[in-house]
Ligand binder design. Structure first.
Ligand code: 3HC
Length: 696
């Protein structure tokens, strides 16, 4: 018997207890342990109980085994073996029964769970579909529409809802194993035998074509959800064995798809990104009370994220009316959380009464463990603020700037304690967006970096280390691919075609829609700032300056690349923008040409990958995965591609380099191939090889 499944005979009941920490993933040893346990149980027990040891039931198939040579017994045959057991088999669920974990439970004949347990089939979130009978058994057990919804969203279903739907039979309280044993004894006492879900009637067909089409549309290029719909359809037309075989073929096809490789890359690296080897053993400083300088959208968003994470926050503004306005903004955001049911009214009252205060005096920050400055983006302003913080903050307090472009070394140098200074770059709205760039300056102390990551964890952010460069990891890369988009506009594409192409690629929004949302005045100010030092070879589109001169700053003024009508979602393309672009082309003597959607996507992505490779090579991002997570969690990059550098690996780096070299023939200033890309291609390696510690 494998150690991964402990076997114990308790009276008439054989207990098969999973012992594969941390989440009892169904790796090979667990699967063979289950088969061996059932065989032994059949020879000496009257019922079998499957239960998870430690913190959870099975969290699913072992994702680390995916892509490696497959070892029997496979999970589908384990579930079928459980279902065909001659004894009644019961599962007792605590923690999470996800993916293969729920499929094991669906293979058993009876299911009991504690009220805190959650069940679900999250395979689509890995670009897969349930591949061990989930698409065949769940719609036999519960209404087919409900099964489709659970499978295509991948959401976790709480025990109470699972009971109502019929996924589980009972809810019990107390020690999970004791509950399971008592339930098994009751089943035996009542003379109940095996009750295979696979023998239940096939589900009644629904309009699968319409549901499939809706899943495709909603998936924005993702195929797993729509494929899963077809798998459920097979349950209506096949007996259990044939259905499971069809499901398995679809699962294996998805497993080989680039999309699942991208999503599995995202799954592991969103966890790996905050684990820095150099921080092993470094204790973060204690952070309970924080200060926030600035009560604008960013400062208020950071404040709300911190309050919701249970931190005490003092907000400081320049005068009492600005402090009041900041406090009102915070209260408005929190009330929004109450309305959406994310925060109880009592908790809101408690936060506003005890956890939060706004002030116009820096002295209010004398006890803060950490202060985040989120003031106007101008070096002089930042330096004045940091000099004040240096005077009032206690020894050992961490001083952070939320700057998105400015030099954190220069900010640190304006204090007498540069070792305590770092950048904490949140993304707007800060209480919603997951990304946090931890910007490490030249003198930042290791325990201050560790404190930044600890804060990220408390605030449930994806924290990524960045070095100090213009725009750090994300905005530096954004600037490059945005410039590429501007060049395509000058050469003949419209902003609207580019937005359409990039949303078809899978981005939530195109670059021009994003610009309208962020405000066009920011880019305008940057263009003006950089103009005096700009290289003469750089191509810069200036039609957007004319939009700004006319007071069109995007959504906030009702007009930008798009026109926005009050009360309507989204905007409609502004024909005046097209006229401005045409005028600029005429001025520059450019004859516009057509761009296909493929070409737009390819150029845009090549620009992103090329700059990302430079950011890694120059050491501002330590690993390709750091860039991938920044783009996924801060810039709406489609998760099913895993990030730009995973996308590049999946496309083939040699082809990308060839394309960049060919674009360089038109503009060798903008398209300078990244040396790292050239070295990887020469060595026949991928960005992911670098994630695993390889060098080139
Ligand atoms: N396989 C392998 N490793 C897994 C895993 C899995 N299914 N699930 C979690 N892990 C690992 C994580 O990578 C992490 O490793 P690390 O400590 O080295 O970073 C560790 O377990 C702990 O995970 P979390 O940090 O995520 O712990 P949480 O307590 O926050 O969350 C969880 C636990 C809810 C179970 C979450 O890990 C999760 O959602 N896991 C994935 C569940 C899933 O997708 N299951 C379906 C798998 S596919 C499948 O079953 C196919 C089948 O149909 C054939």
């Amino acid at each position: 018997m494998s150690d991964a499944i402990e076997y114990e005979l308790k009276g008439d009941i054989a207990i098969l207890r999973a012992n594969n920490p941390p989440v009892n993933a169904l790796g090979h040893a667990v699967r063979s342990g289950l088969i061996a346990g059932l065989e032994r149980a059949e020879s000496e027990a009257k019922a079998a109980l499957i239960v998870g040891g430690g913190r959870t039931f099975f969290a699913g198939a072992d994702i680390k085994e995916f892509g490696k040579p497959f070892k029997e017994p496979g999970l589908p045959s384990v579930c079928t073996r459980i279902e065909r057991c001659s004894l009644p088999v019961i599962s007792a669920i605590h923690g999470t029964a996800l993916g293969g974990g729920l499929e094991v439970a669906l293979g058993t004949h009876y299911r009991i769970a504690v009220s805190s347990a959650k069940v679900g089939l999250p395979e689509v979130l890995l670009g897969l579909l349930p591949g061990a009978g989930g698409t065949q058994r769940l719609p036999r057990l519960i209404a087919v529409e409900r099964a489709i919804e659970i499978i295509t969203t991948g959401r976790q279903v709480g025990a109470a809802e699972a009971l109502e739907l019929g996924i589980i039979d009972e809810i019990g309280e107390g020690d999970i194993e004791e509950i399971g044993v008592a339930y098994a004894q009751r089943i035996l006492a009542e003379g109940k035998g095996p009750r295979p879900v696979g023998n239940m009637p096939r589900p009644t067909p629904v309009d699968f074509d319409a549901i499939h089409q809706a899943a495709l549309t909603k998936g924005r290029g993702q195929i797993a959800q729509a494929t899963a719909v077809r798998a459920v359809e097979h349950a209506c037309n096949n007996d259990i064995d044939a259905g499971i075989k069809l499901e398995r073929d679809m699962f294996m096809a998805l497993l080989k798809s680039p999309q699942s490789q991208g999503m599995i890359h995202a799954f592991f690296n969103e966890r790996a990104v905050s684990k820095l080897p150099e921080l092993k053993g470094v204790e973060p400083r204690d952070v309970k009370a924080i200060g926030v300088i600035g009560g604008g959208t960013m400062g208020a968003g950071i404040t709300v994220a911190a309050l919701l994470a249970g931190l005490d926050v003092t907000m400081v503004e320049r005068d009492s009316s600005a402090a009041q306005a900041g406090a009102d903004r915070v209260s408005g955001f929190l009330q929004g959380s109450v309305k959406r049911g994310k925060l109880t009214a009592d908790k809101y009252d408690a936060i506003m009464a005890n956890g939060f205060r706004a002030s116009d005096s820096y002295d209010a920050l004398s006890n803060a463990d950490l202060v985040i400055e989120a003031a106007f983006e101008e070096m002089g302003v930042k330096k004045t603020i940091f000099a004040k913080l240096d005077r009032v903050c206690k020894k050992g307090a961490v001083l952070a700037s939320n700057t998105s472009y400015l030099d954190v070394n220069e900010i640190a140098a304006s204090t007498s304690r540069p070792a305590d200074v770092l950048g904490l770059h949140f993304f707007s709205p800060a209480h919603v967006m997951k990304l946090l760039e931890i910007v490490v300056a030249a003198d930042t102390a290791p325990d201050v970096v560790a404190t930044g990551f600890a804060l990220g964890k408390i605030m449930r952010k994806i924290a990524v280390r960045s070095g100090v460069c213009d725009g750090f990891i994300g905005n530096r890369i954004l600037k490059t691919y945005r410039t590429c988009a501007d060049h395509m506009v000058l050469d003949g594409a419209s902003p609207f075609e580019i937005d359409t192409a990039m949303t078809a690629f899978g981005f939530a929004m195109g670059p021009f829609e994003v610009a309208d949302l962020a405000g066009l005045d920011i880019g305008w100010a940057t263009r003006k700032r950089l103009a005096p030092t700009r290289d003469a070879r750089e191509r810069v589109a200036t039609y957007a300056d004319k939009m700004c001169e006319a007071g069109h700053f995007g959504q906030k003024t009702g007009q930008g690349y798009y026109i926005y009508e009050k009360g309507k979602r989204g905007g409609t393309p502004d024909a005046n923008v097209t006229a401005l672009i045409e005028a600029e082309r005429r001025e520059l003597g450019i004859t516009p040409r057509a761009f296909s959607q493929d070409e737009i996507q390819r150029r845009y992505m090549c620009a992103m990958v090329n700059e990302a490779a430079k950011v890694v090579d120059e050491g501002f991002a330590r690993r390709p995965l750091d860039v991938d997570m920044v783009l996924l969690f801060g810039y709406g990059f489609p998760r099913h591609w895993g990030g730009p550098l995973k996308w590049a690996d999946l496309q083939g780096l040699d082809g990308i380099l060839v394309d960049i070299q060919s674009y360089a023939k038109e503009d060798d200033f903008f398209w300078q191939p990244a040396q790292l890309l050239e070295r990887l291609v020469a060595a026949g390696k991928t960005f992911d090889d670098l994630n695993k510690g390889d060098t080139v």
